[in-house]
Design a binder for this molecule. Structure first.
Ligand SMILES: [Zn+2]
Length: 456
């Protein structure tokens, strides 16, 4: 016993997690009283730890009924104006205009992605000059750096990034769940990497009914993303359109698991909407339609979410393994969305998908694809892609694209852009990105003109 009196403090310090706290407490008392028998004689009365009881939610619990929400009221600061519907047989294409507190957006429209609040290598003013109307910022990245409090203190996202045109932000869920599950591409092409490997390397710690707990890739701190905290972050940003938290499921999933995911997404979206309705401000909220590639679930998701007072609808969740499946998802989903509200296709904006989506009635498309390929030297033109790194452009004094009105094409030759790219000049990323943004906005203008002529 004497031996224990002198050894215990060291034991407690060296193995703080392995020694039961009651034992440590008792033995420490034994040390301080210096009475070997104190441990046996002193009754131990420790305050009981109050454990937070978490209510387990049955994954099949239906979301709250639509009649528990107020009826949708038209808003002065946000509305969708339907200008034309194509009369071409079988087409659902339409031309419209989205009115937001920071200006109008012509639809169908391309939404450039400014992940950290910046179009990579391109100032917002230059983006505006290239015809950019609506820009997409990522809540996940802004949540971790610089944080909603900093953005709020700086007067909101528009003021912080000095952009006076509309901004849409997502919930942050897409990035978090991508960390947990990987993308569809990963699932299809990296099967050798087991789920165990992914769970070991993932920064997602826990996904529960409350939300998603993950570790920040910047400083390692734990962050809990809930439907309410995501809405609050987007309130701090002051974005024109906000998106509720949803559960992004893997592509390979059985039908029962898919149903559980859809129900949880609906519950989370209902919680988000309730949080949003407490203080709407000058912000609109889009619902996210789920259901994977299951037509019945897609339809059910539309039926439930269109019954809630959302301002618009985004098509999200797993959108299929290829373009054919994506188009099939849109073909099933679009007829169930209200004509008088805007819609958005999340994360897809390659040219063939845009043409197909516009014909099915999609209003806006977002993707970082055009600016990313620009930084890697691929330019979009009506004559096909131009790979600026190729030697063939070494002494070519033509612009990237004849007739293009963008800053880059009006000012610089292919030869100079080829040189900048080969010399790793940062200016190369800026000039090439400006052209691709202008190309995408020109493409959308051509699509709108085609719909107005009832050719799409
Ligand atoms: Zn150009």
């Amino acid at each position: 016993m004497v031996y224990l009196v002198f050894r215990v403090p060291c034991v407690a310090r060296r193995y703080p997690l392995r020694v039961h706290r009651r034992t440590v407490y008792a033995l420490k008392r034994c040390c301080t009283t210096n009475t070997p028998t104190a441990f046996e004689q002193t009754p131990l009365v420790l305050p009981k730890k109050v454990k937070k009881r978490k209510v387990k939610v049955d994954p099949m619990t239906p979301p709250p009924a639509p009649d528990s929400f107020p009826v949708y009221e038209r808003k002065d600061f946000f509305r969708f104006e339907l200008l034309h519907r194509s009369s071409k047989e079988g087409s659902r294409a339409r031309v419209g205009r989205l009115h937001t507190p920071h200006g109008n957006v012509n639809t169908p429209g391309f939404v450039a992605v400014a992940t950290n609040g910046a179009l990579k290598a391109v100032d917002h003013d230059w983006g505006n000059q290239a015809g950019q109307e609506l820009t997409f910022c990522n809540t996940y990245h802004l949540l971790l750096q610089p944080g909603p409090d900093v953005i709020k203190a700086c007067g909101g996202l528009h003021k912080f990034v000095n952009r006076n045109r509309p901004i849409i932000t997502d919930s942050g869920g897409f990035q978090v769940f991508s960390l947990a599950h990987g993308s569809v591409f990963d699932e299809l092409n990296m099967k050798s990497r087991s789920n165990r490997h992914r769970s070991e390397t993932s920064s997602v710690l826990k996904i529960s009914e409350e939300g998603c707990l993950f570790r920040s890739y910047r400083d390692g701190r734990k962050v809990l993303l809930t439907p309410e905290s995501s809405v609050q972050a987007q309130k701090a940003y002051g974005s024109d359109i906000i998106i509720p938290l949803d559960e992004l499921h893997p592509y390979h999933i059985d039908s029962e698991a898919l149903l559980r995911c859809v129900l949880r997404s609906h519950r989370w979206e209902a919680r988000s909407l309730k949080e949003h309705l407490k203080d709407v401000r000058q912000q609109a909220m889009y619902a996210v339609i789920h259901g994977g590639v299951d037509p019945t679930l897609r339809k059910a998701s539309c039926e439930y979410l269109t019954g809630l007072p959302f301002d618009g609808f985004a098509v999200g969740g797993a959108l299929g393994k290829d373009r054919d499946e994506l188009i099939e998802v849109l073909r099933v989903t679009m007829p169930h969305l209200p004509v008088d509200k805007p819609n958005h296709l999340l994360g897809i904006a390659d040219e063939p998908s845009i043409w197909a989506g516009a014909a099915l009635g999609v209003d806006t498309f977002d993707s970082c694809f055009p600016t990313r390929i620009a930084r890697h030297g691929t330019l979009l033109t009506q004559q096909g892609p131009v790979y600026i790194r190729k030697q063939v452009h070494k002494e070519d004094l033509r612009p990237l694209e004849e007739g293009c009105e963008c800053f880059t094409c009006k000012r610089h030759s292919r030869a100079y852009l080829h040189h900048l790219y080969r010399a790793f000049e940062p200016l190369s990323a800026t000039l090439l990105s400006i052209h691709n943004i202008a190309y995408m906005n020109g493409l959308m203008a051509r699509i709108r003109a085609k719909i107005l002529r009832n050719e799409l």
